[in-house]
Ligand binder design. Structure first.
Ligand SMILES: Nc1nc2c(ncn2[C@@H]2O[C@H](COP(=O)(O)OP(=O)(O)OP(=O)(O)O)[C@@H](O)[C@H]2O)c(=O)[nH]1
Ligand SMILES: [Mg+2]
Length: 373
């Protein structure tokens, strides 16, 4: 099923917003779409400043970000029918395709797009282009989406950050400083900017996988309530929009699952408490798994034992200092993963904004609305 382009979709929303005749009509449409009252009120106020329909447009845009790709167009059409503005559905039918509207992230960022390209170089180029242009001109999103890497010392986090960077630029750079043999690894949380708007935060490794670490250290770091430095002082933290748990089976073998499973279950539960959805999980040293006939086992056990959805679970062989010969297919996988993280990060950000707005007074809500839309 093909999807309406981002541009066409904005045209549909603009057309609807422009043609809402009164505040009352905007309010009714908002309610039909399940938009919170404070967003509706905020849109009415915003319509009185600057462009007259901008408030309604932003309200619809914000709503669309929380919808599922397959259903948003249908819901919009039904809502227009119920408020007796079926005439506005015409704008949807004039688009190139009317079968579905991509959700938030998928507008500029449809995960399937690159799959439709048969040429591998084109696929890689398209992924890089999408990421490069990601939210370049969109001020309604967080300034930067931060993807945080967590896992035990030496599991391969820094090499993974460097691998993503290499996949994006096509050149190996020793940015995150993977740990050379017999020396120490990452000491202070470090930022690896992939673009101006997508940053990877490479964390210091944890000692072991004690589940208490999750709520005592990792979640506060993800919330930006504490940072990490080499003297264990609490430093100014930064919010992580997409937490990624990184692990490896080397050298422990398959029995490592007995430790990993409960840790991942608990970590994912804590992330769900925070963001309403699972974290991402990455297993490194894919070649080790292949060479030891463990790949299928690991995949199956992860899927059944950890509860992490398949889309959130990825296995990679890193580019490393000693072995970083470029490989198109490998780079494509790293960039698909990155895209997925950005998507998750955006949705998590929306979730937090919505939750905090629900807790606020009507005036605070209005202010939040102004700042976030
Ligand atoms: N063969 C192979 N080696 C890897 C892979 N990932 C990481 N390594 C190697 O594993 C070692 C540790 O990697 P790092 O990236 O420094 O690990 P880290 O998780 O950042 O370590 P800390 O910063 O101490 O927590 C390095 O020598 C890497 O080259 C991989 O997928 N395959
Ligand atoms: Mg490191």
């Amino acid at each position: 099923m093909s999807s309406m382009s981002e541009q066409d979709f904005w045209r549909v929303l603009t057309h609807i917003a422009e043609n809402m005749k009164t505040d009352e009509e905007t309010g009714k449409l908002g309610l039909e779409l399940g938009i919170p009252q404070y967003d509706i009120e905020g849109s009415k106020v915003a319509n009185r400043h600057g462009i007259v329909y901008e408030g309604t447009f932003n309200m619809l845009k914000k709503w669309s970000r929380l919808q599922h790709q397959e259903t948003s167009l249908r819901i919009l059409r039904q809502a227009l029918e119920r408020v007796r503005r079926i005439d506005l559905c015409e704008s949807m039918d004039r688009g190139e395709s009317t079968s579905s509207i991509p959700d938030v992230a998928a507008f500029a960022f449809a995960e399937t797009e690159s799959n439709e390209l048969s040429n591998i170089k084109e696929k890689l180029g398209k992924l890089r282009e999408d990421l490069k242009n990601y939210r370049k001109h969109d001020k309604t999103r967080p300034e930067v989406v931060r993807i945080g890497l967590y896992g035990v010392i030496g599991c391969g986090k820094s090499a993974f950050a460097d691998s993503i960077k290499q996949a994006f630029t096509g050149t190996y750079e020793y940015c995150a400083g993977e740990m050379p043999m017999a020396t120490q690894g990452t000491k202070i949380k470090q930022k690896i900017p992939i673009t101006d708007r997508i940053h990877i935060m490479d964390d210091r490794g944890t000692r072991g996988l004690d589940v208490r670490l999750i709520r005592e250290e990792l979640i506060p770091q993800i919330c930006g309530k504490r940072g990490v430095d080499n003297r264990k002082r609490i430093t100014g933290g930064t919010v992580i929009h997409c937490p990624v748990f990184v692990c490896t089976f080397k050298p422990f073998g398959i029995r490592h699952l007995d430790v990993l499973e409960p840790f991942i279950q608990e970590f994912s539960r804590a992330v769900i408490d925070l963001y309403g959805r699972h974290m991402m999980v990455v297993v490194l040293h894919k070649e080790y798994l292949q060479q030891n006939g463990m790949l299928t086992d690991v995949k199956e056990r992860f899927e059944s034992g950890t509860g992490v959805p398949v889309d959130n679970f990825w296995i990679f062989e890193n580019y490393t200092r000693n072995n970083h010969e470029h490989n198109d297919e490998k780079s494509i996988d790293f960039l698909k993963f990155l895209k997925r993280c950005v998507l998750v990060g955006e949705m998590n950000n929306d979730y937090i904004i919505q939750k905090s707005a629900e807790k606020q007074s009507p005036l605070d809500r209005l202010l939040t609305w102004y700042h976030t839309s």
